[in-house]
Design a protein around this ligand. Structure first.
Ligand SMILES: Nc1ncnc2c1ncn2[C@@H]1O[C@H](COP(=O)(O)OP(=O)(O)OP(=O)(O)O)[C@@H](O)[C@H]1O
Ligand SMILES: [Mg+2]
Length: 274
């Protein structure tokens, strides 16, 4: 079976996500970005943010503060009015397979099977058909969808549909995966399972993740770093690094003392701006 490159094979060990002093390398940089849907009302002003290679960064913040807007700017769906968004030093000019996107409404194609939906991830990337098939097969294993390859979205549970959406974005091994409240619509138990799978996947497949959620617990469980955005003009209100015992996906982390400590700190910060 073709292996998707692991972090250890594609990224130098110095960029391992849990090596504390070695994650300085930026993959995405927003520098003095201003953006508004109309010129009369800006959503972001003089906004700056860096995302390091391989890191799991989460944005938290009140509704309407600009989280989805930031993801859309990085994806290349919007252009800043001023300032710049760069990916490995190059200005982002439009969507690219190097930046994967998973939104809440997962947008699978009803008329395509699981494997066809996942293979759709290759639309921006030229790769021989045979290799595409091998990569699809590998990612199907990784997200636990073996046996469902020929099913259509209507035959899947909400959690399985989300797995297909994640697999479709990850199959092309993006350098960053942008995830906008991807698990918000599934029940709590499924959501916890998906979080654990995402962390396992993140360990195996190279790339950073920028995640948006309204759940403090989800943010703490998943992230290397959390940024809380202010209500006004996307200012950064608070930033915190999360250190929990390995393996990060262990469900016991959810009841650890450290987890509670981070949750309380973030809860109070969120309260202060709500
Ligand atoms: N397509 C659009 N046209 C006009 N205004 C928009 C559009 N999309 C978002 N906005 C406005 O831009 C601001 C930021 O929206 P954004 O969707 O980025 O917020 P958010 O932080 O993702 O909120 P939520 O947590 O509710 O998803 C809001 O005031 C919103 O009303
Ligand atoms: Mg949003």
């Amino acid at each position: 079976m073709t292996q998707l490159p692991s972090k250890s094979s594609t990224i130098s060990p110095s960029l391992d996500r849990h090596s504390p002093h070695l994650t300085e390398d930026e993959v995405i940089c927003l520098d003095q970005v201003a953006f508004g849907y109309s010129r009369k009302r800006l959503v972001l002003q003089d906004f700056g943010l860096s995302i390091r290679r391989g890191e799991f960064l989460t944005l938290l913040g009140p509704s309407g503060c600009g989280k989805s807007t930031i993801l859309n700017l990085i994806a290349g769906f919007h252009k800043p009015l001023s300032g710049r968004v760069t990916h490995s030093g190059q200005v982002v000019k439009g969507p690219s397979a190097r930046r994967g996107v998973v939104f809440q409404g997962n947008a699978l194609f009803d008329w395509m099977t699981v494997e066809q939906n996942i293979a759709f991830g290759f639309r921006f990337k030229s790769l021989p058909k045979y290799e595409q098939q091998q990569q699809v097969k590998t990612i199907i294993e990784l997200v636990g969808l073996r046996g469902s390859e020929r099913k259509y979205p209507y035959q899947l549970s909400g959690g399985m549909r989300q797995r297909v959406a994640v697999a479709r974005s990850m199959v092309v091994q993006p350098e960053i995966l942008l995830m906008d409240e991807p698990f918000a619509a599934v029940d709590v138990q499924t959501r916890e399972g998906l979080q654990e799978e995402l962390l396992k996947l993140h360990e195996q497949v190279a790339g950073a993740i920028l995640f948006v959620t309204h759940s403090v617990e989800e943010a703490v469980f998943l992230s290397d770093r959390i940024v809380i955005l202010d209500r006004d003009l996307g200012g950064i209100y608070h930033e915190i690094s999360i250190q929990l015992p390995e393996p990060r996906y262990a469900s016991m982390n959810r009841v650890s003392e450290a987890f509670n400590h981070y949750r309380t700190e973030l809860y109070l910060k969120m309260k202060a701006i709500s």
